[in-house]
Design a protein around this ligand. Structure first.
Ligand code: AMP
Length: 329
């Protein structure tokens, strides 16, 4: 299952030792961090009914609302004698509930490239397709002592599906599918799940048509889109709908790197979503206040000039890749 059996054992001992456990995830939550925290919460609550398992996060996601609400906020002193488990978050600044630092001990469980080793215990496996896969693996390792309900399976499957591009990305292994199999065996209504995740309002198609006409390409094939605050207002986009503009660029032959620049409403910064096939892009993201995975990273720029510099850097990376590799598409 995992080469980190000793770390998993140590994590399980900590879980057993604490009466109160807080779960934490990253800002701008996505299917994986929501699924992993809700999934682990459910497993721990069902397995240890005497413990308090708390997931409180000020941030919400419309498209994941079908998974249900988190817990209400609790006073700061509740954190002091608690264990904190931070999932799917590479660096401490991106943890959405910064009260994690008040916990007596902190565990990090993550599948991002390790840039900041925070916490007292760390289980980081960069090759994992999702943090949810790691939680399923954890469950499977101690399955004699843990309970996996149908709800927990749904939460975890949601994260596995969304973070792996529906089991399509490079990180998907036999182990990924074995973990998914454990969840499916609990009986997940996948038709309803996929409808929640991937159906859009008819109006969103008009937005997609508008943006498709605005796709630009660099000399060596980097495809990119720039989404202004004005466009977001014009089409009445939610945060997730705006973020999803990156998906319009996926699947263009020869465009091995694609970028979406999304102006942050109410702020000066511009969010950058970087995606690629074959080529590594997290190095580019790290030059612009970001990071992430080899083929899926995030960054922030603060002006159109900086956005242009990032595009030029991506173009140079792609030019170099194409000049030194064969067989790409
Ligand atoms: P996104 O395009 O925001 O979905 O990000 C793609 C991947 O990169 C996700 O796994 C994020 O967790 C990660 N990521 C995004 N922004 C950052 C950042 N500023 N620092 C580190 N990792 C990031």
């Amino acid at each position: 299952m995992t080469e980190n059996r000793e770390i998993l054992q140590a994590i399980f001992e900590k879980i057993k030792a604490y009466d109160r456990i807080f779960l934490f995830r990253h800002v701008r939550c996505d299917g994986d961090c929501v699924g992993a925290t809700k999934g682990l919460k459910e497993i721990l609550r069902d397995s240890f009914p005497e413990k308090e398992i708390i997931l409180t996060d000020g941030q919400k996601s419309d498209y994941l609302a079908f998974l249900g609400e988190d817990d209400p906020a609790v006073p700061e002193n509740a954190y002091h004698d608690a264990l904190g488990i931070v999932i799917d978050t590479a660096n401490a600044a991106r943890i959405s509930n910064q009260n994690f630092s008040l916990c007596r001990e902190v565990i990090k469980i993550d599948h991002h490239i390790e840039t900041e080793p925070f916490g007292d215990l760390r289980w980081v496996e960069e090759h994992r397709s999702s943090a949810c896969e790691m939680i399923v693996s954890f469950y499977d390792t101690f399955r004699d002592e843990l309970t996996l309900s149908g709800d927990a399976a749904l939460y975890l499957y949601t994260g596995m599906v969304t973070d792996s591009g529906r089991f399509r990305y490079e990180g998907v292994t036999g182990e990924t599918l074995r973990c998914a199999g454990i969840l499916l065996d609990r009986g997940i209504d996948t038709d309803t799940l996929f409808a929640h995740l991937y159906l859009t309002d008819a109006d969103y198609f008009k937005f997609k048509a508008y943006m498709t006409g605005r796709i630009k390409f660099t000399e060596h094939g980097v495809a990119y889109l720039y989404l202004t605050r004005g466009m977001q207002k014009k089409f009445g986009l939610s945060h997730e709908e705006a973020s999803n503009v990156i998906s319009l660029l996926d699947g263009i032959k020869g465009s091995l790197i694609w970028l979406a620049f999304i102006e942050n409403p109410g702020e000066k910064d511009i969010r950058v979503r970087l995606r690629s096939r074959f080529v590594t892009v997290n190095g580019i993201a790290e030059h612009y206040h970001g990071g992430g995975h080899a083929c899926a990273s995030g960054a922030t720029v603060y002006s159109k000039k900086e956005a242009q510099a990032l595009i030029r850097e991506a173009d140079a990376v792609l030019a170099d890749y194409k000049a030194t590799h064969e067989g790409w598409l």
